[in-house]
Design a protein around this ligand. Structure first.
Ligand SMILES: N[C@@H](CCC(=O)N[C@@H](CS)C(=O)NCC(=O)O)C(=O)O
Length: 208
């Protein structure tokens, strides 16, 4: 049995979608950020970083979205969410997901959690004001260099798709109009049409 700790509106949605794509049974447990539940001693025992997502497996806890997504793809090979037997294609998938994690997600976080980087409130305002610029630059790069269509890796739907989709759900709040990126807009619509995405969004809303 798998348990995923999540909070609505966070990167945990990528893991919920991927869990839904696998068809595996799982329980989604909501963490309330308003009550700072990610910092409670019980949660910190599961994820000492105090973040979501955290996936509880029979073998132990997996944190960090790229690791959770590749773990799920590996334990559910029937879902075909990652290349098998093709080291280069597997590396390309890891490369894209690592970039989303290390760069794009951080550009977004600068607008909401700038306190992680500096206590200087003037710097917070400056970092926040720059989010539309950095996120737009990231999306322009996805559009020009990565998104093959219909999915990130062409005809092959992979874990990169729920990861990219989840980040795109933040764009409006980040001051970026997805309509400026035709391939990205199409990708977003195609994702919204998937049963797994609809189920994951319902779980996020507490209706799943
Ligand atoms: N690198 C981590 C980032 C996880 C992360 O930063 N999650 C945010 C939500 S998007 C969080 O839990 N924030 C709570 C906090 O900062 O207190 C991943 O990719 O899973």
């Amino acid at each position: 049995m798998l348990t995923l700790y999540f909070a609505p509106g966070t990167i945990a949605l990528a893991s919920i979608i991927t869990l839904c794509e696998t068809g595996l049974e799982f329980e989604a447990r909501r963490i309330d950020f308003k009550k700072n539940e990610q910092r409670t001693p019980d949660y910190l025992k599961l994820n000492p970083k105090g973040r979501v997502p955290a996936l509880i497996t029979d073998a132990g806890v997996v944190t960090e979205t790229p690791a959770i997504l590749s773990y799920l793809a590996e334990i559910a090979p029937q879902a075909g969410l990652a290349p098998v037997g093709n080291a280069f294609a597997a590396a390309q998938l890891q490369s894209f997901n690592a970039w989303l994690c290390s760069t794009v997600h951080i550009c977004h976080a600068m607008g909401r959690r700038a306190i992680r980087w500096t206590p200087d409130e003037a710097a917070h305002a400056s970092l926040k004001a720059h989010v539309p610029v950095t996120m737009a630059a990231c999306m322009a790069q996805v559009e020009a260099d990565y998104l093959q269509g219909p999915w990130v890796f062409g005809e092959d739907y992979t874990t990169a798709d729920p990861y990219l989709f989840t980040i795109c759900t933040w764009l409006e709040g980040d001051g970026v109009d997805i309509a400026a990126y035709p391939k990205l807009s199409q990708h977003h619509q195609s994702m919204l049409g998937r049963t797994a995405v609809q189920r994951a969004l319902a779980i996020e809303r507490g209706e799943g």
